[in-house]
Write a protein that binds this ligand. Structure first.
Ligand code: NAD
Length: 333
């Protein structure tokens, strides 16, 4: 079977080439994202492999079907970028990598908290400039603080366990509660109560119509003044413009984002020689208490191995007519 890859970076090839030794697929890699134009690059493939910022809209799906694509393998967990209804209408099956080292993303969220809090990024630059002053570097003990976790699936669970290890009081909100987390000491509360009591809030729920702009004016107003907000999940969970307003007023004390609403034109590319047209991210980049990373939460050796192996395994299961354990369907939503 031939697979056409979109949005590939050199590091994707390294991991997929290594794992493909076991599977032996013909793989064609393209760096460009999948769009209604780049879909024309597909030749003789039955499968495509796409990533977080490839938008599989109905017009794209229609063209994929016309190209003979039968299966779409997402090399990520989230699938908010795929129009599942349209894929089903065109007989294209969709598979994903539901869990790959949840620790990778959870640990990145913790790295963001500790960087914003203890300002190690500033200390690193200062010391290299022979500036050994501590002025402006003061942080707070994370021990004893209240941490609010929104979404306690694979990643949220790993995050809760780390924060319990720090000695935090961990509050959580999810549409389904995890008994093992309750046993471990996590306290489930309604969303409003979690947001209003937390010193740090970390988002780990998927982006869907219920969670879009979950962090908007109303929920920002009930949060503690000076709260730290961390989003490693999906950009659309927060209303970025309203968050900027809250940063300006001091209602929001610190912001760490690994994801951004309009990230597809920015993230994963080196734009250092270009003028950034997006004024919203440009404004965010001016705040001293904002840390932005470009969707690197997943980016560990362990996660990349799992992503490559599971993605190719999903395609193998399809090819051999087995049950697709990692299939995403509208019925399953
Ligand atoms: P998961 O499916 O295991 O967990 C999601 C949890 O969110 C579930 O427990 C679910 O019940 C809960 N949830 C659903 N709707 C909710 C709502 N309205 N309010 C509160 N909770 C709700 O997913 P996961 O593997 O833990 O991943 C979480 C998210 O992290 C993904 O959706 C993806 O967007 C993001 N992610 C980011 C990166 C990265 O590199 N930054 C990597 C992987 C995943």
């Amino acid at each position: 079977m031939k697979i056409t890859f979109f949005s590939t970076q050199p590091y994707d090839r390294i991991f997929f080439e290594e794992h493909n030794k076991k599977f032996g697929y013909r793989i064609e890699y393209f760096e460009v994202p999948l769009t209604d134009k780049s879909v024309n690059l597909i030749q003789d493939s039955e499968a495509i492999c796409v990533f977080v910022n490839d938008h599989i809209t109905p017009p794209v799906t229609e063209q994929l079907a016309a190209k003979g694509i039968k299966i779409m393998a997402l090399r990520c967990a989230g699938f908010n970028n795929v129009d599942l209804k349209s894929a089903a209408q065109h007989g294209i099956r969709v598979v994903r990598v539901p869990a790959y080292s949840p620790h990778a993303v959870a640990e990145h969220a913790v790295a963001m908290i500790m960087t914003l809090n203890r300002k190690t990024h500033k200390a690193y630059n200062r010391v290299r400039d022979q500036n050994f002053s501590l002025h402006g570097l003061i942080g707070f003990d994370v021990f004893g603080k209240t941490v609010g976790v929104i979404g306690t699936g694979n990643i949220g669970t790993a995050f809760c366990n780390i924060m319990l290890g720090f000695g935090c009081r961990v509050l959580a909100y999810d549409i389904t509660e995890d008994e093992s987390l309750v046993q471990a000491g996590v306290i489930y509360q309604p969303l409003r109560d979690v947001l209003s009591a937390s010193d740090i809030v970390s988002l780990h729920c998927p982006l869907n119509k219920n969670t879009h702009h979950l962090i908007g004016p109303e929920n920002i107003s009930i949060m503690k003044k000076g709260v730290m907000l961390i989003n490693t999940s999906r950009g659309g969970l927060i209303n970025t413009r309203k968050v900027i307003k809250a940063l300006k007023s001091g209602q929001l004390g610190a912001l760490g984002i690994d994801v951004y609403e309009q990230e597809e034109t920015l993230f994963f590319h080196n734009l250092s020689e270009q003028i950034i047209a997006d004024d919203t991210i440009a404004r965010l980049m001016t705040f001293p208490n904002v840390l932005i990373t470009s969707h690197q939460g997943f980016f560990t050796q362990e996660a990349m191995h799992q992503i490559a192996d599971t993605t190719l395994g999903n395609l193998k299961a399809y090819e051999e007519g087995h049950t697709l354990e990692n299939e995403v369907t509208i019925a399953g939503l």
